[in-house]
Design a protein around this ligand. Sequence first.
Ligand code: GAP
Length: 524
Amino acid sequence: MPATEVVHTLAHPMPETPTKSMDEIVALCRRRGFIFQSSEIYGGINGFWDYGPLGTELKRNLKDAWWKDVVRCDTPGPNGESVHIVGVDCTIIMNPKVWEASGHVGGFNDPMVDCRESKARYRADHLTVLGAADASARLYAFVENDTDQRDKAIKTLLKYEKCDALDPARHLLRPFTQLTAEDRARCIGPDAKEVGTLTEPRQFNLMFKTNVGALEDPSNIAYLRPETAQGIFANFENVVNSTRVRIPFGIAQIGKAFRNEVTPRNFTFRSREFEQMEIEFFIHPTQANEWYAWWREQRFAWWQSIGLTSENLQLREHDRDELAHYAKTGAGTSDIEYRFPFSAPGFGELEGVAHRSDYDLCQHAEHSGRRDKMKYFDAEKNERYFPHVIEPSAGADRGTLALLCEAYTKDETRPSGVYMKFHPRMAPVKAGIFPLVNKDGLPEIAEKLYKELRKRHSCEYDPKQTIGKRYARMDEAGTPFCITIDTDTLTGQNVTIRHRDTQQQESMNIEKVPAWLAAQVGEA
Ligand code: GAP
């Protein structure tokens, strides 16, 4: 937001109403076993989430697709040759010098504000204040994108100033970080009633600390990694020396990352424990522009290919003033963003694609004392150099959340009232297999088919309840196909296949089902 913005937009405060409600999505996730609060029986723990049976399959499908399509891809790069990527699987706790070299010990900070009245803690850069510029007027703080808080701030201001509407000439919006001490003294926190209860922003390091070994001593402090990327950089020399990779090539890793976020919020979107899917793609410094352009297009197309096809997905190039210090002179940084129900009409980041220059390798070379050894040697050109890096860095949990939000489709005509329209490749359960009735030899045939299909796919066998109720359960789970064994199967070998999205049914010879299903879910 610019330094000072008049409140024309707030004169009509309600944003475009999101068609999907986050509360309903969260409720379905819990009810159907996609995502639970971690340690729920003890009241939960803020910023930590568990995946249930359906969520585990969904997130695994996402990570498997990433590994298969991106890491093992043989798509030609901008140089016309197949892209070459290898994997690593590094530890979560590394030598703390890694984090000194990467800059995380000194600089991985968020500005944090505490409210002395409500005891709530906010990211200073997420707070906006509303109010008149004159020194006697009250200022009302709210968390950006939190429409409830924003509406409450407007209501309280109007009541206090005894007016009916905001005055764009007088009422201004400002980032909290730009307030002076005098401004803060007349500011009311989002969850407070008194003025002047918000503290000055203080830097807060986001890394979780622990101790390695028996003693709790400052000499053995270690950190839980806040990104998987540094394990890749720290192993660059090992990978080059132990494999036949030649530049351009990538190193990929999927794994947990931990950040002690000041304000975890919006379901799994900002968690304290999450999974990343990262590639560090090493190139000659002169190739940065072409590879950056190639990766940003590839990554955007990939998210579309797994079902994020709506206008809710966007690719956004960062403005120059948003860039990290080491990326200022580079080819650029882009974010792939999704319009979540809680961010609408704004967007939230799913993945960043950044030209990181040779910053990380140079830092590790310097801090480890392996200066020239960490350089890449091109024997053909007899050239030794620090390669540059294009980094596509995606969140597996944010990706899963975007798939859930995209899939959630209301349909009052169905008994379930809602169905999850997952891309068949992402669907946690590929097929439900039902005997029409639980007798007359139908369960035996259905179970045989189920056992055959589940060798390759996640499937569910359900012999109970009415067929309508069984369809409804599968609709909520996002199962693209239901296969019913009925008397036709006994007489003519045909099963009935019901398609989730259209609810249309087709008849198919039971022998053909395994190959047909594999083709439908992209596993032929
Ligand atoms: N190595 C670069 C890096 O870590 P980042 O933008 O901080 O960049 C990359 O993180 C991705 O990790 C983000 O696009 C997001 O999908 C995911 N991510 C970051 N912080 C997260 C959090 N607190 N909760 C869930 N996902 C997060």
